[in-house]
Design a protein around this ligand. Structure first.
Ligand code: DAH
Length: 367
């Protein structure tokens, strides 16, 4: 039986299209072949229309042949497309300018704020000397912030610290009527600590934010950071006592930890109602090392650390008998210390929230 004449025609078209598909140089050429063959007006689509001209008994075979032709063209196009993708991948892998072992672009990450950094160092050094690190509320009572520290309402020292006062409210324990404020210094934690650890030796530091009702400029902020420290022990003959020598040793140790080297210090008398005697501890100027410069106002010294032996009235207020207990305290200006260590000239940068400030300082000189 001789094959019908249309058979050769379909075969020829398929052979032609398979050859074209196999030779297509790129995706655009492949797509053009697809449209020319299988599209609405394509050559394979046109075959279907020829069915009408055929006698009824031939139509079945013809239809099957057209379907088969369409399927093999589709398969050839798909195969060539797949081949192109494989070629592309091989070419990419062969391209030596692409090095898949190079590390990726670094993901943006945060940096530790210098205040947090120095605070953590201070906490570490005090823990190593047997101190606890405590935390107290920023909203505190007039009692903790002033009265318990030997600063009654008539005392002129109140004017030294302009205060954010709050509307009066009752304490958590229900005691009515005490005035409240944003603590003006971390010293507000002193008597809280004494009440928390009654009649026992105490070594504690409590870092935190403090607040003053101040006009803000390059060296004044309404919000800044301090670290308070407290040590109490039995007085002789019952115990070892607590002396200015102990205080100096602790201060030297903390400064050495922060500055990474021994720091020369001196004590001057200083007045604070809650210590007696009270001192200002100065350090050798970090900038000129004592020669005299603008930063130390040509004195060679920087005022850094007020401290002293705890006043008997404060011990009494905390429930400690001053005949039997002694202690020292210090109130370190953490913001100031950070500014000194990192040579930051404007205090407003510390809490300004500008992320550009954190990265270079923390990465640059923190070590
Ligand atoms: N609380 C004081 C202030 O903010 C600093 C201070 C002075 C704290 C002497 C102390 C101290 O513990 O003994 O100005």
């Amino acid at each position: 039986m001789t094959p019908p004449p249309w058979k050769a025609e379909i075969d020829a078209l398929v052979v032609e299209l398979l050859a074209a598909a196999a030779a297509a140089p790129d995706a655009a050429a492949l797509r053009a072949i697809e449209v020319d063959a299988l599209g609405k007006k394509g050559s394979v689509t046109a075959l279907s229309k020829g069915i009408a001209a055929l006698p009824a008994e031939a139509r079945r075979d013809y239809g099957a042949a057209v379907t088969a032709a369409r399927a093999s063209v589709e398969a050839a196009l798909a195969a060539r497309g797949e081949g192109m993708r494989a070629d592309r991948l091989a070419a990419e892998l062969a391209d030596r300018s692409f090095d898949e072992t190079l590390p990726g672009a670094p993901a943006p990450s945060g940096a530790v704020h210098p205040l947090a950094l120095v605070q953590a160092q201070l906490e570490d050094v005090f823990r190593s000397m047997g101190f606890s690190v405590l935390d107290y509320p920023e909203v505190d009572s007039e009692y903790s912030n002033f009265e318990a520290l030997n600063i009654p309402s008539w005392h002129p020292a109140r004017d030294m610290q302009d205060t954010f006062w709050l509307e009066p409210f009752a304490d958590a324990d229900g005691a009515p009527g005490r005035a409240h404020l944003l603590r003006t210094h971390t010293s507000a934690g002193q008597v809280r600590t004494m009440h928390r650890f009654p009649n026992q030796p105490i070594r504690a530091v409590f870092p935190g934010r403090v607040f003053r009702y101040e006009a803000v400029d390059a060296s004044h902020e309404h919000t800044f950071h301090q670290v308070e420290g407290l040590m109490i022990d039995r007085a002789p003959p019952e115990g070892p006592g607590v002396s200015v020598g102990h205080l100096l040793f602790a201060m030297r140790t903390l400064l050495e930890a922060v500055f990474g080297e021994a720091v020369e210090v001196r004590l001057r008398p200083g007045y604070f109602p809650f210590v007696e005697p009270g001192f200002e501890l100065d350090i050798r100027c970090r900038v000129c090392r004592g020669a005299g410069c603008q930063v130390c106002k040509y004195s060679g010294w920087l005022e850094l650390l007020p401290c002293g032996l705890i006043h008997p009235n404060v011990l009494r207020m905390g429930g400690f008998d001053p005949a039997r207990w002694q202690g020292w305290a210090f109130g370190l200006g953490l913001s100031r210390l950070v500014m000194m260590r990192h040579q930051i000239r404007d205090i407003r940068l510390l809490l300004g929230g500008d992320a550009r400030f954190v990265a270079p300082v923390a990465a640059g000189s923190a070590g």
